[in-house]
Design a protein around this ligand. Structure first.
Ligand SMILES: C[S@@+](CC[C@H](N)C(=O)[O-])C[C@H]1O[C@@H](n2cnc3c(N)ncnc32)[C@H](O)[C@@H]1O
Length: 476
């Protein structure tokens, strides 16, 4: 029997795909390819990806794509649910697209993430039985973010909306009155702002007709300090659609948010031939808010956060992540440590207390500026920062480090940089990674230079999502 699009099949889900969604084997039919599904393969089963399902579910699903080696299907009905299914706390689960794993117990999420790291090492890195430790869990898998952006726009009925972009739809906004990722205070703020905007006839910006002006609302909060920053962002290239009495409205806006520590009104300036930039105007309070980080060993640093500063989104988990880096390096009695891809310098600043000198390298000059400020504020003087491409700058450094820390973006390292790292011949490399696939790939390259993975510690920075960070220790 040949399978057809739209056909409904029953399938048992036995595994989870990386970005969420279950995987099952369907044995009752053949796919379209004349060369693929012979009788033997059909008895093994055709791999079917079914969105919104988890291992242990038996489901009925409608086929949406049929390829020679796999098929995709949409969930129609759960025939019998997996024991790991739980009721999602959020009423927008499955619509907003933000928390793909919220219908799975937190223990199961952690189990899945650990398995995903093991699979990446084995499949991509060809490192078998890798030393992957237990995932470091979040104490509270909700309310963990210190930064959220909510967008203004219109919902499908063309009513005012403040919330989240719907997946795969660039301009429809899902109006939300609750979200479990930041804090209850953040929810109160965005609900107050929505009410205020509607009352004052403030209109969301519509790109298609260049009408309105409201673009988005950023809320940042210091999880250790409780300080709050609100940044209302407007689109710059609006026609005549500014509120008639903007100045007076902004005074009322400040009154509404007078409990917040810092309130900004910013405009996106998007002029032809120029780099897009954001012009900020401080309406109330301080220019920056303070966030603290306290590692489990008591090491403490504080950071000034400006509206556009990069900062780890989950403060409390970042502390645990940095502590893993410190522990991996404190035994070595290191003299010089390099911190490559250092962002605003956080990892290097914690390491500076455990060695003689740290050199941090970061591409963005504004992040380097913030890193130097962070060093000054925390009275740490044995650290230097350089702005530029890590692969270029590192080769100019004349000192020899005994350890190198790297924390690259999702794309991972280049072979050129790995070679340069090897040329320094460090005893220890600590690789902080937000992408198990590129971590595994790069560890295979390090293996060619005789660096072996001693252990990798997954840290769950983003509960309810499929993301997982790793702190990986490599030694010759
Ligand atoms: C995952 S973040 C790490 C930030 C920092 N270690 C922390 O924990 O906050 C990666 C950083 O690498 C920087 N980056 C990207 N490409 C780079 C390059 N070629 N050379 C140096 N830094 C780069 C990014 O700007 C970003 O700050």
């Amino acid at each position: 029997m040949q399978l057809k699009k739209g056909e409904i099949i029953e399938v048992d889900i036995h595994a989870l795909a990386f970005m969420g969604g279950g995987i099952g084997k369907y044995k009752g039919g053949l796919c379209k390819s004349p060369t693929c599904c012979d009788a033997e393969k059909s008895s093994v089963g055709l791999t079917v990806f079914v969105e919104k399902t988890i291992p242990g579910d038996k489901v009925r699903a409608s086929l949406t794509k049929i390829k020679p080696k796999f098929a995709e299907a949409k969930l129609v009905e759960i025939v019998s649910p997996s024991k790991d299914r739980i009721k999602p706390v959020c009423k927008y689960f499955g619509i907003c697209g933000g928390c793909q794993f919220q219908f799975m117990s937190y223990e199961k999420q952690l189990e899945f993430k650990k398995q995903h790291v093991i699979d990446a090492f084995e499949r991509i890195g060809k490192i078998f039985a890798p030393p992957v430790l237990t995932v470091i869990a979040c104490d509270d898998p909700f309310y963990y973010r210190n930064k959220m952006e909510f967008s203004f726009g219109y919902n499908e009925k063309m009513q005012f909306a403040l919330g989240l972009h719907l997946p795969e739809r660039r301009y429809d906004i899902l109006d939300v009155d609750e979200c479990f990722l930041q804090s209850k205070r953040s929810v109160e703020i965005f609900n107050k702002v929505r009410e205020f905007a509607i009352e004052h006839n403030w209109l969301p910006y519509q790109y298609s007709c260049n009408k309105g002006f409201l673009q988005s609302l950023f809320i940042r909060e210091g999880k250790r300090t409780g300080e709050i920053m609100v940044n209302l962002i407007a689109a710059e290239n609006v026609g005549n659609d500014w509120p008639e009495n903007l100045q007076k409205d902004l005074e009322d806006f400040v009154e509404l948010l007078k409990d917040c520590d810092s309130v900004y009104f910013s405009k996106i300036i998007n002029q032809r031939g120029q780099r897009k930039r954001i012009e900020e105007r401080l309406l109330h309070g301080e220019k920056t808010i303070t966030e603290k980080m306290i590692l489990p060993n008591g090491d403490e640093l504080s950071f000034e956060i400006s509206p556009q500063a990069f900062f780890q989104v989950n403060t409390l988990q970042a502390e645990k992540l940095y502590y893993e880096v410190v522990k991996m390096l404190e035994e070595g009695g290191h003299d010089v440590i390099f911190d490559l891809y250092c962002g605003t310098g956080t990892i290097g600043l914690f390491l500076a207390r455990h060695c003689n000198q740290v050199y941090g390298i970061e591409l963005l000059p504004e992040a380097v500026f913030a890193a130097r400020e962070n060093a000054r504020k925390n009275k740490i003087f044995n650290i230097d920062f350089y702005a530029g491409d890590a692969a270029k700058i590192v080769s100019d450094l004349k000192v020899r480090p005994s350890a190198i820390v790297v924390d690259p973006p999702r794309a991972g390292l280049t072979e050129k940089l790995i070679k340069e790292i090897n040329d320094f011949d460090p005893k220890t490399i600590v690789y902080v990674s937000c992408n198990p696939a590129t971590l595994a790939r790069d560890c295979q390259v390090f293996a060619r230079y005789n660096y072996k993975v001693v252990k990798t510690v997954p840290v769950d920075m983003f509960p309810q999502t499929y993301h997982i960070e790793n702190v990986c220790l490599l030694r010759r």
